[in-house]
Ligand binder design. Structure first.
Ligand code: IPE
Ligand code: IPE
Ligand code: MG
Length: 257
């Protein structure tokens, strides 16, 4: 049987070396609990969460991470009270307005993963501006999963493939994992090597279900507003202690034999 094409060379490179994993994805969770523990409104947790995001982007650049994906608003987060949804939209707008120039100066390339459906025109244009301004930057790629749901993403990719088959552009036999991946919001971005979730929850909550097929997972009790460079480095150290086999045999044993 032909070898399965995943993992890509970047995943293998980050498995072998002691450097940073090429792609780190983070489920930034625990803002509400951080605020509740201090008797503060949830909004304050979200505001401090944006500061943690800034710190994490800086740390990712310093550590040589190539891709950082952050889960900032899920397709299910619309179920929250209207005021909280509006606060989260407001923080995203503020983040782009305040930080875009700085990200651009630091060669960060911004990609948005998610559907634009249901978003205000103002947010849609800010998201497009962030992507188009930074499109040619060669530094860290920051993938912001916003209004993101992995099942919706996969369903949309399946629909795109169905349309291509119906239009006679491709044959049904050309529907491979690569063809589907090329129609995900994350097309062109290598699969995450490491997925971190803060706040102690141990679930994916509809995040990167396809892309994380062979990711390593680190769940930390740290609440997102407290996340810092040390917490990131500790997750990366745990990643390096893992033995990624991708269904094969241990590379480590092979290397030492
Ligand atoms: C993460 O923190 C931020 C978003 C999901 C937008 P939460 O708001 O989920 O915080 P907890 O889980 O209630 O503590
Ligand atoms: C996942 O966190 C979404 C983001 C971090 C943006 P949630 O707090 O929404 O997840 P659940 O509801 O606890 O699964
Ligand atoms: Mg939560």
């Amino acid at each position: 049987m032909a070898p399965i094409s995943n993992p890509g060379p970047e995943a293998l490179a980050s498995q072998a070396g002691g450097g940073a994993p090429a792609h780190v994805a983070i489920i930034m969770d625990g803002n509400g609990r951080w605020a509740a523990a201090r008797g503060l409104p949830r909004f304050e947790g979200h505001r401090r969460g944006v500061e943690a995001l800034r710190r994490t982007v800086r740390s990712a650049i310093d550590l040589g991470i190539r891709y950082l994906t952050v889960y900032s608003f899920s397709s299910e987060n619309w179920r929250r009270p209207a005021q909280e949804v509006s606060d989260l939209m407001g923080l995203l707008k503020r983040f782009i307005r305040n930080d875009l120039a700085d990200l651009h100066r630091n060669q960060v390339r911004v990609r948005i993963a998610g559907t634009r459906e249901g978003l205000s025109d103002e947010i849609k244009s800010l998201l497009s501006e962030a992507e188009s301004l930074t499109r040619d930057n060669a530094g860290l790629t920051l993938v912001v999963a916003f209004n993101y749901g992995s099942r919706q993403e996969i369903a949309e990719a399946a629909a795109a493939l169905a349309r291509d088959v119906a239009a006679g552009k491709i044959d049904a036999s050309a529907i491979t994992p690569e063809a589907l991946a090329a129609r995900l919001y994350t097309h062109g971005v290598p699969d995450p090597d490491l997925v971190i979730r803060t706040s102690g929850e141990v679930r994916l909550s509809n995040f990167l279900l396809w892309q994380a097929a062979y990711s390593e997972f680190v769940f930390t009790p740290v609440l997102w507003p407290d996340f810092d460079r040390a917490a990131l480095e500790s997750a990366i150290a745990e990643f390096h202690a893992r033995d990624r086999r991708f269904g094969g045999v241990s590379v480590r044993v092979g290397a030492s034999a």
